[in-house]
Design a protein around this ligand. Structure first.
Ligand code: HEC
Length: 102
């Protein structure tokens, strides 16, 4: 009867939402690669346009948290850190082209 074991799983969750400061985010990211990966792995459920108003930096930390299992997602994501950055760059970029920003 080891029922206290599960509690530790939740300990990290609270830290996630505080947001990471976008330091060097997306500088080295490859938008074209991000397009390719997201079309292969995400486009059955997401379009780049879905992320209107989201910056690449916030998308990157969000996706990273999904990959790490800290943010709930419909399906588990398996992406390398580089792929995460690339997708974030692609989505973050297309969300800003010619659109009105808040
Ligand atoms: C099987 C369908 C499916 C696939 C494939 C999928 N997603 Fe999602 N994703 C969802 C659903 C459903 C949501 C929740 C939408 C909502 O907020 O109502 C979601 C939400 C998200 C969110 C927002 C999470 C939040 O808490 O705001 C991100 C970021 C995301 N997905 C990234 C990705 C990435 C990156 C990929 C590809 C590597 C991907 N998703 C592939 C279904 C999918």
């Amino acid at each position: 009867m080891a029922r206290s074991r599960f509690r530790q799983l939740w300990a990290g969750t609270a830290l996630v939402a505080l947001g990471s400061v976008p330091l060097s985010v997306a500088l080295a990211a490859d938008v074209q690669a991000g397009k390719t990966v997201s079309q292969a792995k995400c486009s059955q459920c997401h379009e780049a346009d879905d992320w209107e108003g989201e910056s690449a930096a916030s998308l990157e930390s969000l996706i990273r948290d999904i990959v790490a299992g800290k943010v709930k997602h419909k399906a588990p994501l398996q992406l390398t850190p580089a792929e995460v950055a690339d997708i974030a760059a692609y989505w973050g970029q297309s969300s800003q082209k010619g659109r009105k920003r808040r």
